[in-house]
Design a protein. Structure first.
Length: 368
């Protein structure tokens, strides 16, 4: 982290910058020493709400890029973080209730009398009307299969359920880079990010050490986190699901496509998951006292999110050899919500080909 000597003029400028950004309850943390530095962070009585407000304020002061995506700048004390979001339809019309159903303003369902057959090449696929729960397409949807990094959706829910301070700084340890499989990562031992940034890193970039750190810094530690993941799965009625690690590198992490629909529907109740999982790109300013500070520029792992051509409200990709290429997403076609789960594609081209085929088929359906 680059520490800046905080003068009265800089403090005033920082406060003005925050007010112009329309940020609600942003915390300006100042170290209590003569060489104090300023750092904008998430905190307060409702740190989860603050994280959302700071990073995704929908005020009129949020600028627009040429592609229509929201751009938000966050000064975290050692640089300005730029975050670019895909167009999102949010959760205001898709509230998840105790009956595991969406409360929406839509009527009717995708027409069944003139359905166009969907052809897919992935091993397991399911598509449902997220309003009615009606199955639109299924292919071997009840068989439990490895889910790879789709796991991180459950990881995010457990983190957010904990109510932990999203501004708390977490430090990556060597153990965060050890897992059931070797996986590439641009993170380094000693990297410092706050909990919200670790969560964004996990959902958008699918960084495994970030997910591992989130689990390790859970009350009761890593083992307690894993118990919470499996307990959450049971609460959601995911009868085929098991979680052996928070990253998805463990091939024991399995669930059926139909059970993953339940997970995605539950995730729709978390606005942070909606926003973070559909963030197109993010410039992380990473502090590392031993190895030096740096900028980590990251893009979403989903080509559909990056393209911005589809209205996607939740997205998570996954891959290990045992799982093949996977993706879950919530989308809206013809002004109707749908959930798509694709497991076991033999290539990235197959995964995205199946996804686009499904989306195009849904777009051609009439609603009744």
């Amino acid at each position: 982290m680059r520490h800046l000597s905080l003068t009265k003029q800089q403090l005033v400028a920082a406060l003005i910058s925050m007010s112009l950004g329309g940020v609600a309850q942003a915390a300006l943390t100042i170290n209590g020493n003569p060489e104090a530095s300023a750092r904008v962070s998430w905190g307060g009585a409702d740190s989860l709400s603050e994280a959302r407000n700071i990073m995704y304020s929908k005020s009129s002061t949020v600028s627009r890029a040429n592609n229509g995506s929201s751009i938000k700048k966050v000064d975290n004390g050692y640089g300005t973080t730029n975050i670019t979001n895909a167009s999102s339809y949010g959760s205001s019309n898709n509230r998840f209730n105790a009956n595991n159903r969406y409360n929406t303003t839509y009527n009717g369902s995708f027409g069944s009398s003139d359905m166009i057959p969907i052809s897919t090449d992935s091993r397991s696929v399911t598509v449902i009307d997220a309003e009615t729960g009606e199955s639109i397409y299924e292919k071997d949807a009840d068989r439990a299969r490895p889910m790879a990094s789709i796991t991180k959706v459950m990881t995010a829910m457990v983190v957010l359920d904990s109510g932990l301070d999203m501004r708390e700084e977490l430090i990556l340890e060597p153990e965060d880079f050890i897992g059931p499989k070797r996986a590439s990562s641009r993170l380094k031992s000693g990297d410092r990010l706050n909990r919200a940034e670790m969560l964004l890193m996990s959902l958008m970039k699918s960084e495994n050490p970030a997910a591992k750190s989130l689990a390790r810094n859970y009350p009761g530690g890593y083992d307690a986190f894993m118990r919470a993941m499996n307990r959450k799965a049971q609460e959601l009625g995911m009868t085929s699901a098991f979680f052996g690690d928070p990253t998805g590198l463990d091939k024991r992490n399995v669930a059926s496509a139909n059970d993953l629909v339940k997970m995605v529907r539950a995730a729709g109740n978390y606005d942070v998951i909606r926003r973070f999982s559909t963030t197109k790109s993010y410039d992380f300013y990473v502090a590392n006292y031993a190895r030096g500070n740096r900028t980590y520029s990251a893009n979403n792992t989903s080509s559909l999110v990056r393209s911005g051509n589809y209205p996607i409200g939740i997205s998570k990709t996954g891959f290990i050899n045992e799982a093949g290429r996977c993706v879950v997403m919530e989308t809206r076609v013809n002004n109707r919500p749908a959930i798509i789960v694709i497991l076991g594609a033999n290539s990235s081209a197959t995964r995205w080909g199946d996804a686009k085929n499904i989306l195009n088929s849904l777009a051609s359906r009439r609603t009744v």
